[in-house]
Design a binder for this molecule. Sequence first.
Ligand SMILES: [Zn+2]
Length: 433
Amino acid sequence: MKFMRDFSNFYNKRFIWAISLFFGFIFNLPQVSFAYPLKERRSLQRSIMDYRSRLNPGYEKVRRKKTKYIIVHTSELGLKMTLRVVSKGKRLRNGRRTHGGHAHYVIARNGRTYRVLDKKYVADHAGLSMWNGETDISNISIGIELVGYHYGSITESQYRSVGILINILQGVYGLDDRAVLTHSQVAYGKPNRWFRKNQRGRKRCASNFIREKAGLEATWSYDPDVRSGRLLADLQLSKIYYGRRKYYAKTDDGNVITQSNTAWSIAGEDYDSRTTVYKFPDGHVYAGDQISGKIGWDRIPVKTVVLLNQENSISLIKSHDPIKTISDRLTAWSFAGQAYDLKTTIYFLPSGRIKVGSMISDWDDLPAKTKLIVGYRGPYKLDNGQSAYEIAGLKYKDRKTIYYLPPKKLLAGDKINDFKGLPKGTLIFLPTT
Ligand SMILES: [Zn+2]
């Protein structure tokens, strides 16, 4: 008996081995190792929000013939706008609008995953792109958008979801870790004022994606299209992706112009777009398409803040009002950047609640119409009989002194006429500098 069992075991193993060798040989499938257990893969799959019904009906669904890559993007927008853009479409430079279908999946900053387009179809996500000599990467890849900015950070929840999702897709399509790339790795641009040849650097998105955090290992140690001379390298991107030392996109400079952080390295091809906004340190605001005529590309001052994807919101950015309002396009990150979670950034929610940055879990969790002030201390409560002057001193009428009048009114000092009529419980916030 024992002999028989051993024999059958042996026989089974050999059989399985032979079968896998056969199929491995026929399909040349790379070994897919699942970094995440089945239970977690199943639970993510079950939790995916189906957003397919919101896809623009004008988007023409075409079946993808092969799938060689998974491309990771950062959306450079908040969740609401990201979903709108990838499903409904976006405005192009020539004024035309696309028909959506710009990603298969969107992953919110809390890790929630949305399915925008069935994975069997081509999503229009990579644009002008090339990898290893092959162009039009959209036709041979899955596109995943992470909500956030390439000069900001990707959340732990996003890494977890994207890691599991990639793992599932690797299993479906038989892809190894080298098949997972970012958009900034595969996008390329036509010659422009900086480059005489086709080059990398057209897109910056997901250059802050840390592969290890998504459970990915093996990767490319060089850019095959740069090595072969098909494309010119982008200095910053090649440092990030192929540098000898591990080098991650520096987020300290973020979207602020410095000697090394140029308009091109922040905005890529959108540097001169009408929807890219430059806010100079002196407060002047220009759209990307005004810079060459009014300023000159080599004359943008350091400390200029660059905001991407700003359709119709220039006037809001221009405003010197210290009270900022969150909208679909202008997130807490747009106004406060990395200061979004500091104690000195104060949020006034539409519900009437007041929260300081350190109470906020993420900049994308705040509802539209939330107001915020950046760089403030307080609140100082106006007690019975106390005057604003006693708290704010000579600056009590200043436009930078902020008054919160219960239940929900927020006013700058220069907008208040009757200081004696301030209601009991009024809160005063003073600028830290
Ligand atoms: Zn992208």
